[in-house]
Design a protein around this ligand. Structure first.
Ligand SMILES: Nc1nc2c(c(=O)[nH]1)N[C@@H](CN(C=O)c1ccc(C(=O)N[C@@H](CCC(=O)O)C(=O)O)cc1)CN2
Ligand SMILES: NCC(=O)N[C@@H]1O[C@H](COP(=O)([O-])[O-])[C@@H](O)[C@H]1O
Length: 205
């Protein structure tokens, strides 16, 4: 009997993706345990969601640390104590340094609200709307030292209708994310995701 995947979710905001993962675990649809929520914003709604879900929070304030590397070293210690297998970035709005990328390369993923490599970084939906693209979407990728440059695991397209607004596109993208992210984490939990150099192969049973 395979042990559940031990994951840590990193988030900075509302936490709808965290909630989708926690709900999937609760519903028996995700063979994982959420061992830790790491959050850089003490007042973020995701902290409340974690408490309601019984997930231990590790909340930190970057400005209280000498550097990114210092707070990431403290986070790494907690991840090691918790024997975390996979880091899941879910709206975590901090650039991650090699302090975490090096030990967790191939075991750290991110969800991004565009079809990378288009529109990396923050405000991806606004970037897409301002450029007038007709198709955007969602990308789940492994995290490397670059910004949204890691090997792509899965993508889903979202059409931008004529009368669409940033709010309506955000709603459509969130709906896709909340379905896709738990699916991808379950593929990883079942050993169905293989990273070969910079290409990702999904083994569908
Ligand atoms: N090494 C990596 N770190 C992160 C990645 C990644 O692919 N590689 N993805 C991001 C998520 N992200 C966009 O997808 C992103 C998050 C944050 C920023 C950013 O500039 N953050 C500022 C602080 C913003 C704030 O004060 O709230 C910063 O870190 O100085 C850009 C892109 C997660 N990390
Ligand atoms: N650059 C990363 C980025 O923009 N991530 C995006 O932040 C949102 C978090 O929502 P949530 O807090 O409700 O899960 C999600 O849409 C995610 O794709």
């Amino acid at each position: 009997m395979q042990q559940p995947l031990r994951i840590a979710v990193f988030a900075s905001g509302n936490g709808s993706n965290f909630q989708a993962l926690a709900d999937a675990v609760q519903a028996g649809e995700l063979d994982a345990t959420i061992e830790l929520l790491v959050c850089d914003k003490p007042k973020a709604k995701v902290v409340e969601r974690a408490k309601l879900a019984g997930v231990e929070p590790f909340i930190f304030e970057p400005k209280r640390y000498a550097s990114r590397e210092v707070y990431e070293a403290e986070i790494l210690q907690r991840l090691t104590e918790k024997k975390v297998d996979l880091i899941v970035l879910a709206g975590y709005m901090r650039i991650i340094t090699d302090t975490l990328v090096t030990p967790y390369y191939g075991r750290m993923i991110n969800i991004h609200p565009s079809l990378l490599p288009a529109f990396p970084g923050v405000n991806a939906i606004r970037q897409a709307m301002e450029l007038g693209v007709k198709l955007t979407g969602v990308t789940v990728h492994f995290v490397d030292g670059g910004m949204d440059t890691g090997p792509i695991i899965a993508q889903r397209a979202v059409e931008i209708e004529e009368e669409a607004t940033e709010a309506s596109v955000t709603e459509s993208i969130h709906a896709v994310e909340m379905k896709l992210y738990p699916q991808v984490v379950q593929w990883i939990a079942k050993g169905q995701v293989q990273l070969v150099e910079r290409k990702v192969q999904i083994i569908h049973s």
